[in-house]
Design a protein around this ligand. Sequence first.
Ligand SMILES: Nc1ncnc2c1ncn2[C@@H]1O[C@H](COP(=O)(O)OP(=O)(O)OP(=O)(O)O)[C@@H](O)[C@H]1O
Length: 515
Amino acid sequence: MRIDVQFADRVGIAHEILAVLARRHFNVINVEVDSSDVFIDVPDLDAALLPALREDFLQVAGVKDVVPVDVLPGARRRLHLDTLMTVMADPVMAVDAGGTIVVANSAAAAVAHLREQELNGMSLAALFGEESLQRELLEHGFRVPAREVRLHGQPFLLDVTPVSEPVESSLGHTVGGVITLHAPRRLGGQIHALQNVGGLDLLIGDSEPMRALKARAARVATVDAPLLIVGETGTGKELVAQACHAASPRGNSPFLALNCAALPESLAESELFGYMSGAFTGAQRGGKPGLIEMAEGGTVFLDEIGEMSLYLQAKLLRFLNDGKFRRIGSDREVKVNVRIISATHRNLGKMVSEGSFREDLFYRLNVLHLDVPALRERPDDILPLARHFIERACTQAQKPVCRLSADACAALVSHHWPGNVRQLQNVIFRATTMTDKRVLDAADLDLAEDRRLGLAGDSVGEAHDLDGAVAAFEKALLERLYASYPSSRKLAARLGASHSKIAGKLKRYGISGGK
Ligand SMILES: Nc1ncnc2c1ncn2[C@@H]1O[C@H](COP(=O)(O)OP(=O)(O)OP(=O)(O)O)[C@@H](O)[C@H]1O
């Protein structure tokens, strides 16, 4: 039986409590003392003997009570820690100040191909087969940035937290570190978990074209082949891609996205395919896995695929052919099982005929196809979407949900929506932010201002001659892109034009950071 002898703190009292047990010839196998309790494991004690023993304990000055307990607190803590270590899916190891493993969980043993007892006492140098890692950790007191390591050929991101004594003091003496190994696939899963990827039910809209899209999406979702989603900007292509992933057998695995237009070629390549240690100046020590590696078992979404460089198109094609790729700076081929969903607002067929998109890649990506209709082709969806965005914006702003007046509804439905759902979302967000009115009128929606800001084409249409139309288009284009590429240099790189040309145009149209 295990008991808790409760007392008022006094010098020597724990000793006197144990003496009571010794006098009665009880064998004690474990004792834990804190400031007001002595917890004792007495195997020979049973419920029948406890009352007499209790009387003896109460004779000791300061003892207040004696109660049975199921388990000693230290043993309970060890049990919880053991369970914690066992259920942790990531490999975790505690190492001492000399770089020797003192505790490892079962996940660590599994990736090391050893038993837990075999890992304990092993040096990090022996485990990873490289002296330099251990040396670096010890030299820097376990304060080093995360870096990639390999165990039996498998890459892991090694993350280390120094353990100091006393723990509360940042200046404390480092007594070792806790090492966590993250497999690329687990990292992808964690990113995915934060993303809140939803299914087809998140697609608002019950119009005929939308119903047809959802039905088709539900069918293509389950077929494990590349899918190309085509539609104007802001129509919801990424949402459709997420929904197709969620409804596919890969739904519980990562969905990782790359916008091919947002990054220059070299950065897009390292994001997508990863790189090895020392692949280029500034490369993270030990290398870095790319999205394709982290999405193992899941889906990689390539947005704006039409903007992908010809070099990357060739690398992607090789990957689509056999599921293999090489990280930048590596001669090792990695094979992964990933579905590619891509999207574009551009006419890829036309780009193929113009030579700016590879025909073979086009057919590899376009095995399954979805067309997302523009908002103006499904006016029945405008008001349900607007109400959805109003509810979201008002909830976010923690104010009562407002309504749309009849003239606001009419204005929304008759608007042209060149920016599609994203533009509608922006209009609603702006309107709900700018007013506290409970009913939004057409004037509150400020659709005229939205037309001026958007790449509407209306301003192009209003121009009297070709030069005016080109200037209107150019201005709207630069204004729109400036938000994502806020310098003449970045904008010039994005548009493949000279810096001086873009700088001149920004000046001419009065576009600057203040806009
Ligand atoms: N049917 C829909 N229901 C709810 N929200 C939607 C719907 N369609 C689009 N949205 C919202 O509109 C915004 C734009 O959608 P999304 O990014 O998916 O469009 P896209 O076609 O991928 O745009 P781009 O071509 O610029 O990449 C997002 O915030 C998305 O959540």
